[in-house]
Structures are given as C-alpha cells and as structure tokens.
Write a protein that binds this ligand. Structure first.
Ligand code: 1GP
Length: 231
C-alpha cells in the first residue's frame, strides 16, 4: 500500500515533539490509545539525536510513525514516511520551496520519494512560533482559505492540506471553508484540541485531526480525544 493510501485512513493522530519529555509509561499509553499514527516533529529544537531517540522508543510499538521534517539536519532514516511542510501563506519563499530545495540538493538520490508526502500548510495562529518563524500571513478570510485549498489540490496537486492553528483552537467555519476547496486532497486539522468535544467538532469537518500540546499538558484528557473519532 502506498503511503498516501495508508495516511488516507488516519482519522486521529498524535504529534510528538522530540524536544519534550515523555516517560516510558506515558509513551506506552499514547501508543496503546487507539490513535491511528504518530507524527514526530516540532517547530524548533528538533535535532537528529532527539528524533532518533524518540523513534527508537516508539518502535517498541506497532503504531505507524512519520517524521514531519522541519530541519534537514534532523532527518532520521527508519520512519514509515516523511511529511514535508510547504507553507502556502508564508511571505518568504524560503519556507515554501527554499529549505526543501536545499534538502533535495543535500540528500539527492538517497531520498525515498515513495515514502514522502508534501503538506500544503496554512498557518492561522499569528501568535504561534511557526507563524512568526515563517512570516505567515494569518489575517485570512474564509474565502482565502478556500482558495489556498483549491490551489493546493488543483495547481500544486498536493496530497495533504494542513490547517495549522498550533496552540489555539481554530474556527470551525474556517476549517469548513477549507473543505469547500478540496475533493481528493486530505484535510488535516491541528491546533488546540484538548477535549473530547473539540476533537469531535473538528473531526466532523476535517479528514484527520492532530493532537499535540495537549499530550504534554493533560495526558488523560488528550488520550480521551481518540474515542471522540472512533466508533
Ligand atoms: C501542531 O497542529 C499541531 O503542529 C497540533 O497543535 O499542539 O495545538 O495540539 P497543538
């Protein structure tokens, strides 16, 4: 099965930040939670060492695990796949195709392209690290988001469209606006999901929801979000 087909079935994903601490028993609970997969990645402080350490610990479990690459120095062989963010609403081309071009130049023929999927990112929380770092224009209206989604699917033909509210719970109307631009491209929503009700609300709109920070702030509540999207 191709990576895209595997990912298409994911409804709920936890995103683990290699820079943050999790005990073995926390990790065990996360991996046995019933979530569909893990994404390993973060905005800053992600290194080869902390990523390889986390991957080794995750590999005790059977859960699929992809690396979301934010720094070419931190790419670790051995993940089930690699997600490559392309920030669509950045004001700096570096974050759209610049760092990616540098990575291709560095790794060239070693890149297992069949294990790589591009994510068209639209960053919407202007206060987030990712928005500041990438100079993203976050003052978008719903119709702007629809247009980015259409562009991702039809012009760039990206397999994944990621609405990133990182750190805050987003506006369901904006997430709905993204769905209006998409038919085949998979819509991933991430940002501020902490409760079952929030997970349920966003999962009713997006194809896939991602829970990140909540794991580190209130693990029990975060684990319950899995049940919100599973029958
Ligand atoms: C971050 O979209 C993910 O990249 C999840 O966001 O950390 O706010 O859950 P939170």
């Amino acid at each position: 099965m191709t990576l895209a087909k595997t990912v298409a079935d994911w409804r709920h994903v936890f995103k683990l930040d290699p820079q943050k601490q999790l005990t073995d028993s926390d990790l065990e609970r996360i991996c046995h939670s019933g979530t569909d997969a893990l994404i390993v990645g973060g905005t800053d402080g992600v290194t080869f060492d902390n990523s390889v350490d986390l991957l080794a610990r995750i590999r005790r479990y059977e859960l699929p695990c992809v690396q979301e690459v934010s720094s070419r120095d931190a790419v670790v062989p051995g993940f089930d796949g690699y997600f490559i963010p392309m920030i669509l609403n950045t004001t700096d081309v570096h974050w759209l195709v610049g760092i990616q071009q540098q990575a291709v130049k560095q790794f060239g023929s070693m890149i297992p392209w069949t294990d790589v999927l591009a994510e068209g990112y639209v960053v919407l929380n202007g206060e987030s690290k990712v928005a500041r770092m990438t100079g993203s224009r976050t003052d978008l209206r719903a119709e702007d988001v629809t247009a980015y989604a259409e562009l991702a699917e039809h012009l760039l033909r990206l397999p994944l469209f990621y609405l990133e509210y990182s750190g805050v719970y987003g506006d369901p109307e904006v997430v709905r606006a993204a769905t209006r631009g998409l038919s085949d491209t998979q819509l991933i929503y991430g940002g501020g999901i902490r409760t079952v009700a929030e997970a349920r609300e966003m999962a009713a709109i997006a194809d896939t929801i991602v829970v990140g920070n909540g794991l580190y702030d209130n693990l029990n509540e975060a684990l319950r979000t899995v049940a919100a999207v599973k029958k």
